[in-house]
Design a protein around this ligand. Structure first.
Ligand code: NAI
Ligand SMILES: NCC(=O)COP(=O)(O)O
Length: 370
């Protein structure tokens, strides 16, 4: 029988490091070459990622320039030497123009798009078990005429995943608890949110969340908190109608649909995050395993407040694992050596962990035959 506890996978990895070393390969895209992607990658890869191989997809020249620049400023900085890395070089197109550190433009947008396209194509053919993406700039993608709201949508379209979701996972350094948040809507304006939210959309996101909690996080009977949309969840219709009109009845139908799942909500959004905050800091036991937020900032303000250096953005619903740091290109600090690589390290670690779980689920745990 297969079990999906993290400890078991980790022991499995320790025992089988050699074979998995050959089998488990992560593709790591550089992200926007003018952003902090190259710096956080060199910092994150300064120590090898446990029990897997990492192939960076992008530009050796950019990585070398970043390395030389940071080293000249601070020789003691822990950085991977690009000479020691597996790098898949994506030839730059002369049409792209000049890439200037700290200045995102059409050239850096076109380059970051090409790195991700290559990673997806290679992963779909089975070359890699997971993709970890460096941060890209949506503005630079638009400047290069790639009209996707983000990497998530390109991944889903290319992988032909009709159902997909943006989920953030962060392991608390205080309590080891995993804060898991799915966003019901993502890269749309606040004005569009109420129209985008429908019972059908929430049903799809809830299904995906439950599938992911079971398969990727080993939580068979999850407790899920669903956020309201309006202040005080609408205050009985005085501060907004969505909760009364359809969210409360929708939750009732979902409780019948998922009898094994504890579904609470719609919880007033201002207080929803108090209990996870206490659980994060180890001050109280967690009351839920995951949170369904109605829109981008409703979910990401608390996540980033608690865990900006730990949270990992993962796309669920794809045929492969995709993780990413929670931060963006941070053009304002490029070249200063101060970019924190913790979220990138967590993205690599979670990418490896989830890909291992899926490999065990697919191929079986060799220790079961011992
Ligand atoms: N996964 C991805 O590809 C993501 C991409 N973005 C994109 O990045 C671009 C810039 O977005 P912003 O809203 O400015 O967010 P941002 O995360 O790039 O920067 C916000 C603030 O946090 C700081 N910061 C970010 N990462 C840091 C790190 N690792 N260490 C130290 N300080 C750090 C920056 O210096 C800035 O002050 C946008 O185009 C956005 O769409 C934003 C979030 C995720
Ligand atoms: N705020 C999250 C974010 O912007 C992630 O975007 P992407 O992974 O879709 O590129």
């Amino acid at each position: 029988m297969l079990k999906f506890q993290c400890g078991k996978c980790c022991r499995f990895l320790e025992k089988n490091a050699l074979s998995l070393d050959r089998g488990l390969k992560l593709a790591l895209t550089l992200g926007d070459p003018a952003g902090i992607g190259p710096e956080v990658i060199l910092k994150a890869l300064a120590a090898p990622v446990e029990a897997c191989g990492v192939w960076t997809i992008g530009s050796r020249t950019i990585l070398q320039q970043t390395y030389d620049r940071l080293r000249s400023q601070d020789p003691s900085l822990a950085l991977a030497n690009p000479d020691t890395l597996n790098i898949i070089e994506i030839a730059s197109d002369s049409k792209w123009g000049e890439i200037i550190p700290g200045v995102g433009n059409a050239a850096s947008g076109a380059a970051s798009f090409a790195y991700l396209e290559s990673a997806i194509a290679r992963t779909l053919t089975g070359e890699f078990s997971a993709i970890v993406t460096g941060p890209i700039s949506k503005t630079c993608w638009q400047a290069a005429n790639y009209n996707y709201p983000g990497q998530t949508e390109l991944l889903a379209e290319t992988a032909r995943s009709k159902r997909f979701g943006m989920l953030f996972a962060a392991k608390s350094p205080h309590s080891n608890w995993m804060l898991i948040t799915l966003l019901a809507t993502t890269h749309i304006s606040l004005r569009q949110v109420p129209d985008a939210l429908t019972p059908e959309l929430l049903s799809e996101k809830l299904e995906l969340l439950i599938e992911c909690l079971r398969a990727d996080f080993g939580i068979e009977t999850p407790r899920i908190a669903v956020s309201g949309l309006n202040p005080h969840s609408g205050e009985n219709g005085k501060l907004g109608n969505e909760e009364q009109d359809w969210m409360i009845p929708w939750l009732e139908t979902q409780r019948d649909r998922f009898e094994q799942v504890q579904l609470d909500g719609p919880i007033p959004p201002d207080t929803l995050w108090v209990k996870p905050g206490k659980a994060w800091y180890g001050l109280a036991a967690p009351t839920h395993d995951a949170y369904l937020a109605m829109y981008h900032d409703q979910g990401l303000i608390p996540v980033k407040l608690m865990a900006f250096d730990k949270a990992v953005n993962t796309t669920i619903g794809l045929p492969f694992v995709r993780t990413s740091p929670d931060h963006g290109t941070a053009f304002d600090i490029v070249g200063r050596g101060i970019a924190d690589a913790s979220s990138m390290k967590s993205a690599l670690e979670l990418g490896r962990e989830l890909a291992t779980r899926r490999a065990v689920a697919k191929w079986g745990d060799p220790r079961d035959t011992e």
